[in-house]
Design a protein. Structure first.
Length: 560
C-alpha cells in the first residue's frame, strides 16, 4: 500500500508540522550525485537542515552497518564537537525517522543502523553491477559497467565537500574513476579504440598521475594507428612525473612505451607476457636457484563468519575478518576475541595441496645445492607447519608479536620449541640460517603465541611501525630485498594483502619482478596487481602447485 503525500505538494519537507510528514515503506536513496531521497512512487522527500542531511549521508555511506554515536558525532562535528552534539544528533535521528520510518533507521548498540535494499540505493546498485561485470566477456562487461556509470548524476555529495567525513566522499569518487578504468579496459578488449580517445584525453588531463589512464590512452592511440601521438603522450607524462613527483612513471608504462617504439601493437594489458608453460618453467627455475620467496595467503572468510555468528555481528554478509574482529573487540573486549581465536585456530585445518607442495621442496633444494626456502605467510593457523612435520622436515618460525611487553617485535621459535625474542635484528643470527633449514616468516602472529594482527586497529598500528626489514634478522631482510615474489591466494578485499606489500616493499615498491596467482580475479584486483607491476595468473591454487610439482619432478627425472 502506498501512502499519499499532502494535497498539492510533490515535496515533503523534513521539519514541517507533524501532520504534513508521512512514513514511506521503502524510499529510494541517491548519493552518486546530490543527496536525494524519493518515495517508492518517485516523489521527492526533501531532507531539511544541514546536520540532518549530513547524518543521513554518513549513515548511507555505511548502510547496513552499525555506526556508533561517537563515530557519527566525529564524522559530523570533527574531533572537537560542541557540548550540544549529542542532543543535536538525537534530534536529527528523530527527524529522520519521521520521514523514513522507524523500520529503516534502527537503534542498535552502540549506535544506529540504516537498512536499505540494493534496488533502492544507487551506491548498492552501482556496486552490484560492477560485481556482475567481473569475469564476463568484454562486450557484456562493458555494457554492465556502462549501466553502473550511468547511475552517476554528478560529483557525489558535493554539499559535504568540506565536512569532516569528506574522505568517505573521496572514496566514492575513487570508485567512479576505477569503474571508468574498468570500462575502458572492456571497451579496448572489445576492439573499440579510436572513439575512446577524446574521453581518455579529458581524463588524463584531469588525473595525469594515474598511470592506468595514461596506459589506456596510449593503447587506444596506438591501436588507432596513431603511434606518434601515443609516444608523445608518454613523453608528456614522463616530464610531468619527473617535475612534480621527482621520478619517472612506473616500469609498466615504460615497457609499453618501448613496445610501441618497437612496433608491437594490439597489446592486452591484463595478459601476462609468458604462456602458462613458460611461466611454470620460469618459476620452477627461480625456486631451484633460491631466488624466489613465496608469500602464502589464507582465506579469512571462515574465521569472519564464525566470529560474526558467535558474537552477533550486525551484517548479513560478514566477509571482512578485520572489520568483524574490530566489532568483537569493541563490543566484547580483546580478551574474548583472543580466546575465541585461540580455540578456533588450535584446531587447524589439515594441510592443503599448497602446504604439502612447499613441504616437499627441501630435499630437491638440498639436491640442487641451494639454500632452503624463506616462506612468508599471513595465516594464523599451523597447517603449513603441520605439512613440514608430516614430511619429516625441520623448520624455524619467525613470528610477529602483536601484544604484550614485546609488542612490535618478532620472535624466533626453533624446532625444539625454544623461543627467543629478536631484540636486535641486525645482529641476530643464532640458529637461524636458510643454509640449515626452512624459515617460515609469519607476519601476523600465530596461535602458539596467542598474539594476532587481526582487528582494524591492529592493522593500523602494524602499518605505522615501518617495514619488515627493520624488525627481522638481517639475513632474512637481505633475502627479501633481493628476491622475486610469488603471491599465492590473496584477494584485494583482504587487509593483509595491502599490509604485506607495505611492510615488505615500503613506498618504493618491488625491486624484482613478481607474480600473483589468484582464481577468478575481479577487474579491480587485476588493476591492483597491474599498478604494482605484478603479473597475474588466474588459475586455481591447487592446479598451479600441481603443475609446478609435475614440472620439477620431470626436471629431476631428466637429470637422473
Amino acid at each position: 500500500m502506498r501512502l499519499s503525500p499532502p494535497d498539492h505538494s510533490p515535496v515533503t519537507t523534513l521539519g514541517a508540522r507533524p501532520e504534513t510528514s508521512y512514513n514511506v515503506r521503502m524510499p529510494a536513496f541517491r548519493v552518486l550525485g546530490p543527496l536525494e531521497v524519493e518515495t517508492d512512487d518517485g516523489r521527492s522527500i526533501e531532507i531539511g537542515g544541514g546536520r540532518q542531511r549530513a547524518v543521513l549521508a554518513v549513515l548511507l555511506l555505511r548502510a547496513g552497518e552499525v555506526v556508533s554515536k561517537e563515530s557519527l558525532i566525529t564524522s559530523i562535528w570533527g574531533e572537537t564537537p560542541p557540548k550540544a552534539a549529542v542532543t543535536a544528533l538525537q534530534n536529527a535521528i528523530v527527524a529522520l525517522r519521521r520521514a523514513l520510518g522507524p523500520d529503516l533507521l534502527r537503534t542498535k548498540a552502540p549506535g544506529y543502523v540504516l537498512e536499505v535494499n540494493g534496488g533502492s540505493f544507487d551506491l548498492r546498485e552501482f556496486e552490484q553491477l560492477r560485481r556482475q561485470a567481473a569475469g564476463r566477456e568484454a562486450p557484456e562487461r562493458a555494457n554492465l559497467l556502462r549501466q553502473a556509470l550511468d547511475l552517476w548524476r554528478g560529483p557525489p555529495l558535493a554539499e559535504f565537500a568540506y565536512e569532516p567525513f569528506r574522505d568517505d566522499i573521496r572514496y566514492l569518487e575513487e570508485l567512479r574513476l576505477l569503474a571508468r578504468e574498468e570500462w575502458f579496459d572492456a571497451e579496448l578488449e572489445a576492439g573499440r579504440d579510436a572513439e575512446l580517445v577524446p574521453q581518455l584525453e579529458t581524463l588524463v588531463a584531469e588525473h595525469w598521475s594515474r598511470e592506468r589512464l595514461v596506459e589506456q590512452l596510449m593503447q587506444a592511440l596506438c591501436r588507432a594507428g596513431r603511434q606518434a601521438d601515443a609516444l608523445a603522450v608518454y613523453q608528456a607524462a614522463y616530464r610531468r612525473f619527473v617535475e612534480e613527483i621527482g621520478g619517472p612513471p612506473g616500469p609498466r608504462l615504460q615497457r609499453l612505451n618501448l613496445a610501441i617504439i618497437n612496433g608491437e601493437v594490439g597489446l592486452r594489458p591484463s595478459a601476462p607476457s609468458a604462456s602458462p608453460t613458460e611461466h611454470i618453467e620460469e618459476i620452477a627455475g627461480l625456486m631451484l636457484a633460491g631466488k624466489l620467496v613465496p608469500v602464502l595467503g589464507s582465506d579469512g572468510t571462515a574465521l569472519a563468519s564464525h566470529l560474526a555468528a558467535r558474537f552477533g555481528y550486525p551484517s548479513a554478509d560478514p566477509q571482512d575478518l578485520a572489520r568483524v574482529a574490530q566489532y568483537v573487540a569493541l563490543t566484547k573486549g580483546s580478551g574474548p576475541l583472543s580466546d575465541e581465536l585461540r580455540d578456533m585456530l588450535a584446531q587447524s585445518p589439515p594441510p592443503g595441496a599448497m602446504h604439502r607442495f612447499f613441504a616437499s621442496l627441501p630435499p630437491r633444494l638440498r639436491e640442487a645445492g641451494v639454500p632452503h626456502q624463506l616462506l612468508v605467510t599471513t595465516s594464523y593457523d599451523l597447517s603449513l607447519e603441520q605439512a613440514f612435520l608430516d614430511a619429516g622436515e625441520e623448520f624455524d618460525v619467525v613470528s610477529y608479536v602483536a601484544s604484550g611487553r614485546d609488542r612490535g617485535r618478532f620472535c624466533h621459535v626453533q624446532p625444539d620449541g625454544t623461543t627467543t625474542v629478536i631484540d636486535v635484528p641486525n645482529t641476530y643470527a643464532t640458529e637461524l640460517s636458510l643454509d640449515r633449514r626452512t624459515v617460515i616468516l609469519k607476519l601476523h602472529g600465530d596461535v602458539e603465541l596467542q598474539s594476532f594482527v587481526v582487528t582494524e586497529d591492529d592493522y593500523i598500528d602494524y602499518l605505522a611501525r615501518g617495514d619488515v626489514g627493520g624488525a627481522i634478522p638481517v639475513g632474512l631482510a637481505a633475502k627479501l630485498s633481493r628476491s622475486h615474489f610469488l603471491f599465492l591466494g590473496y584477494g584485494l578485499s583482504e587487509w593483509n594483502l595491502r599490509l604485506v606489500l607495505g611492510r615488505m616493499w615500503g613506498a618504493d615498491g618491488a625491486s624484482w619482478r613478481s607474480w600473483a596467482v589468484q582464481p577468478e580475479a575481479k577487474p579491480l584486483e587485476r588493476q591492483f596487481w597491474r599498478a604494482r607491476d605484478v603479473d597475474l595468473f588466474e588459475t586455481p591454487l591447487d592446479e598451479y602447485v600441481t603443475a609446478l610439482g609435475r614440472f620439477l619432478e620431470l626436471t629431476r627425472e631428466s637429470r637422473v
